[in-house]
Design a protein around this ligand. Structure first.
Ligand code: TK8
Length: 332
C-alpha cells in the first residue's frame, strides 16, 4: 500500500512537472524522517546532522533529512517499532533495547567483555558486526553501521559504590533489556527497566536511587544534578545502531544506495570522534559540579564480574551459535 502510494505520488509529480514545466528537484524531494532518543548535545545527534549534510549534498537535494531528536517521536523501543513499519525512515536505538527485537545483539550486553574502543570497533567493523547486521535484517531493518553511545558507569544518590556489597538493595534504572536486569540482580541491586525519557524525573523524585549511562549522557541529560555519586564501573559498552526501514532500502536505486552508504560512513566517522571527545569532557564537568567520583581500580572493577556470569547464562539461551562464536573470537 505504502509502496503504491509512493509510486502514485512520484507519477503525479512527474505529470505536474510536464504540464507546468518545472524541474526543480526540491519539489520532488523525498523526506527521510529520522527519530532518535538522545538530546541534541549528544554525539548521536551530531552523527545524524552529518548524515543529513552528506546525503543531501550527494543527491542534489532529492532527499531531505528531517531529524527529530530527544524522543520527540518516542523512546528507543517505540522508534524501533515505528522504523519497522516505515512510520519513521531511520532511527538509532542503543543496542540493548534493540536486542528485544534482534536477540543476537544480547552478546553485546555481557558486562566486562570488551577492553577498549579499539577492540570494540575491530569487532563491530569485522565479523561480529557482519553477523549482527544479518540478524538485524531479519527484523525488517537494514543496519548502516555502528556508532558510540559508550562505556556505561553507575551513578546513585545513596552512597559511594566501590564493591558489589555497596549495591545491596539499591534501586537502579536499567535499559529495557533482560540481560541487564539479570546482571544487576545477581549483584544484589534492585533493578527496574525504564525508557530513557523517564529517568531524570525518576531520579529526581527518588523512584529509583541510581542509573547507569556513559559520562556523556550523565552530563548532557543532567543526571549529575540529581546524583551525588558516580563509580567508574565501565561495565558495558553500548553502541548506537543506525538503521533504515528495509523496504525503503530495497526500493532505492543502486546509485541512491551508494549515496546513503557514503552519508552513513561519514556520519559514523564523525559520530565516533564526537562521542569520544564528549565523553572525556563530560567526566571533567561532572567532577567540577561536585559529584563524588569513585575511580575504581581494575581489581575493584573485576569484583563486579559475578554480574557478568549471570548475564552469560541468559545470553547463551537467546543468542545463535554463530553470533556466540563471533563474539568469543572478538573478545580474545
Ligand atoms: C537514548 C538511549 C540512551 C541509553 C539509555 O535514546 O536508555 O540509557 O543510553 O542513550 O539510547
Amino acid at each position: 500500500m505504502r509502496r503504491i502510494s509512493r509510486m502514485l505520488c512520484v507519477a503525479a509529480i512527474a505529470a505536474a512537472a510536464m504540464v507546468f514545466g518545472f524541474g526543480a528537484p526540491a519539489s520532488a524531494a523525498t523526506v527521510i524522517k529520522v527519530g532518535h532518543g538522545a538530546p541534541e548535545a549528544d554525539a548521536m545527534h551530531k552523527g545524524w546532522v552529518k548524515f543529513k549534510e552528506v546525503l543531501e549534498a550527494e543527491t542534489g537535494g532529492r532527499y531531505q533529512v528531517e531529524i527529530f531528536p530527544n524522543q520527540k517521536l518516542g523512546g528507543d523501543r517505540e522508534l524501533v517499532e515505528a522504523c519497522q513499519l516505515g512510520d519513521v525512515t531511520m532511527t538509532s536505538p542503543s543496542g540493548s533495547p534493540l536486542a528485544a527485537f534482534v536477540p543476537d545483539l544480547y552478546v553485546l550486553d555481557i558486562p566486562f567483555s570488551f577492553r577498549d574502543r579499539a577492540q570494540i570497533w575491530a569487532a563491530l567493523d569485522g565479523e561480529l558486526g557482519a553477523v549482527l547486521s544479518r540478524s538485524i535484517a531479519k527484523a525488517n531493518l537494514k543496519n548502516l553501521g555502528w556508532w558510540e553511545n559508550g562505556f556505561r558507569n553507575l551513578s546513585n544518590s545513596k552512597g559511594p559504590v566501590r564493591k558489589p556489597e555497596d549495591l545491596d538493595g539499591l534501586k537502579i534504572r536499567t535499559m529495557e533489556n533482560t540481560v541487564h536486569l539479570k546482571a544487576w540482580k545477581a549483584l544484589g541491586a534492585n533493578p527496574t527497566p525504564m525508557a530513557f525519557g523517564e529517568v531524570f524525573t525518576a531520579l529526581q523524585q527518588g523512584t529509583v536511587d541510581g542509573q547507569e549511562n556513559p559520562y556523556s549522557l550523565i552530563y548532557i541529560a543532567k543526571f549529575y544534578e540529581v546524583q551525588k555519586y558516580l563509580s567508574s564501573t565501565q561495565h558495558i559498552f553500548t553502541p548506537y545502531v543506525p538503521v533504515i526501514n528495509a523496504e525503503f532500502w530495497e526500493d532505492l536505486s543502486e546509485a541512491d544506495r551508494a549515496a546513503f552508504m557514503k552519508a552513513a560512513e561519514a556520519a559514523e566517522v564523525h559520530q565516533r570522534e564526537a562521542a569520544k571527545e564528549i565523553s572525556e569532557a563530560s567526566l571533567a564537568k561532572i567532577r567540577e559540579a561536585g559529584v563524588e567520583v569513585v575511580d575504581l581500580t581494575g581489581e575493584e572493577r573485576a569484583a563486579f564480574r559475578k554480574g557478568a556470569d549471570a548475564a552469560m547464562s541468559v545470553v547463551e539461551e537467546k543468542v545463535s551459535a554463530e553470533a556466540m562464536a563471533a563474539f568469543r573470537s572478538a573478545i580474545k
